[in-house]
Design a protein. Structure first.
Length: 218
């Protein structure tokens, strides 16, 4: 069996902002354990946010703790935390070892309805439209914290297809950059990006900043 093309850990070893932009259009894949075996769930990443050291909205802003120490580790590792005591948020650690830096995947456009998710009135395109909904659809929770993002772990990211890459890079308005949403701190930091034409974006409301694909970030 040929191993699927995937983004290696080194790909995530860059600025969270750079990674957040370039993840748009990539495919998030997870092999979910079910009663009948592994079910592979795939979907296009359509909305992301960046967080890094010095950011007041960063969960590791004040200090390293046993709960958040993963975000200080090497890039390409899963970090999941719970919000409102019931929903989860899925992050991937970015940048160099020792620096708290992550990207949050806010929304996914799933390719098909998972067999283990009960039928709902909403459309397939809205099944992963938000960080909590995305985690429910992909069965992602805190037990996966510290997992490498790699096919061997059953969680990985595939690069944009050539067609999707051409569509995004050829259209200067394909990606919208805005302030982040759902926060009480760092609300003016414009580190949220989404695919403008996607129906799976959680919300298309926020303080808008003129988008750019060529971020000048070291």
């Amino acid at each position: 069996m040929t191993t699927p093309s995937h983004l290696p850990a080194d790909w995530f070893n860059r600025s969270s902002q750079k990674v957040a932009v370039e993840l748009l259009g990539c495919t998030f894949v997870r092999q979910v354990p079910t009663d009948t075996g592994l079910e592979t769930i795939r979907g296009q990443i359509v909305e992301t946010e960046a967080y890094e050291a010095g950011d007041p909205a960063m969960y590791a802003y004040q200090r390293k703790t046993p709960h958040n120490e993963v975000v200080f580790g090497p890039a390409g590792i899963v970090y999941i935390y719970r919000i409102y005591r019931q929903y989860h948020c899925f992050n991937i650690v970015t940048d160099r070892d020792g620096l708290a830096s992550t990207i949050l995947i806010r929304a996914i456009d799933l390719e098909k309805w998972p067999s283990y998710v009960p039928p709902k009135k909403e459309k397939l395109e809205r099944l992963g439209a938000g960080p909590g909904k995305f985690c429910i659809a992909y069965q992602l929770d805190e037990s996966l914290k510290g997992t490498p993002v790699h096919p061997d772990s059953g969680i990985w990211v595939e690069p944009r297809s050539p067609e999707v890459d051409r569509q995004i890079t050829a259209d200067s308005a394909a990606i919208r950059q805005t302030t982040r949403i759902g926060l009480s701190k760092g609300t003016d930091i414009p580190w949220r990006w989404y695919l403008e034409n996607s129906s799976s974006v959680s919300k298309k409301i926020a303080k808008v900043k003129q988008q750019t694909l060529d971020l000048d970030i070291d």
